[in-house]
Design a protein around this ligand. Sequence first.
Ligand code: SAH
Length: 358
Amino acid sequence: MNTLYAPTRESLAALLVGEPSYRLDQLWNGLYTQLAAPADITNVPKGLRDRLTAELPCALRQQARRVSDGGDTVKYLWSLSDGTRIETVLMLYPDRVTVCVSSQVGCAMACGFCATGQAGFSRQLSVGEIVEQVVLAARDARALGRRLANVVYMGMGEPMANEAAVWASVERLHDAVGLSARHITISTVGLPPGIRTLSQRPLPVNLAVSLHAANDELRDELVPINKRYPIDELMKACSEYLAAKGRRLSFEWALIDGINDRATDADELATLCRRFHLPAHVNLIPLNPTPGYPTVGSSATKVARFHRQLTDLGVNATIRKNRGNDIDAACGQLAAGHPVTLRSSVGLSSERARSYKD
Ligand code: SAH
């Protein structure tokens, strides 16, 4: 379906045949620079605004807007035209504003510790649905007196399993909204074909890889797609990306108590980085609670110890502050109210289902 932020500049031009040529600039700037809804692009005649509103409806309908961290974290729940739902998170920091966008409704990667993975996959998001999340969050940020400049593809879904739409959205954000590629980060569970395609794309966006384990035995359990794309293959794709882009590569590591926070885990991670000459930056985050996974995040003491060990081994690592836990807006907690299935995972053998409501 054609929605407001779906058309490229060229396809919007095609909708404007018979209009003076400057209308295209007026509308494009109105939508992407002023972040205005068509009805509010008042330098365009009302008849045309009405026609566009009818022909290009918004893709997202706001169902809820919840706030945490004293107003610095905002989670939006949107319903889409087919009734499915997604979430987006806006994060206001003293020095920057970042939006975390979803790339799919649900996720097929089935990581047991992630609420989106527990919910399963519904469908791909279109470019218009991805771009609209950013525009609406940027509009909200502006109403709060802030300018959104950073986008992370770390919401619901696996961006590299929807690479074409994700890439089209990156180009739109770069070309129309004016975001710098350096301020755009795509996070992946680790799909080498997607990473390779991304290496061929023209803009040097940041790549984040959700590693969580540095040996195949443990990663097979935590991140099931590792059985198909084991660590060595993933690291080769990461090296190719680095060689092609010269951009920052980061590894995400959710610290799970007693599972991947041991001294041997830090050792293996450091060895892996050395072996592939990967100047990666490791982001450490204690596992956030999700309804379908019983194991808890590492204590602050263990997180600090793991961090120190990595640093001593010459690996760049940062402990990431958690945002929005109380509104289920933190990493791995986005489920948009979907029921979750408890899959077999580390420490669990049976499958059982339970329902999760926002
Ligand atoms: N599918 C992509 C994009 C999601 S990003 C990816 O896997 O990278 C969301 C990040 O949060 C990923 O690094 C994911 O592994 C991590 N995550 C998932 N569940 C989590 C949890 N319960 N606590 C902390 N981080 C979690």
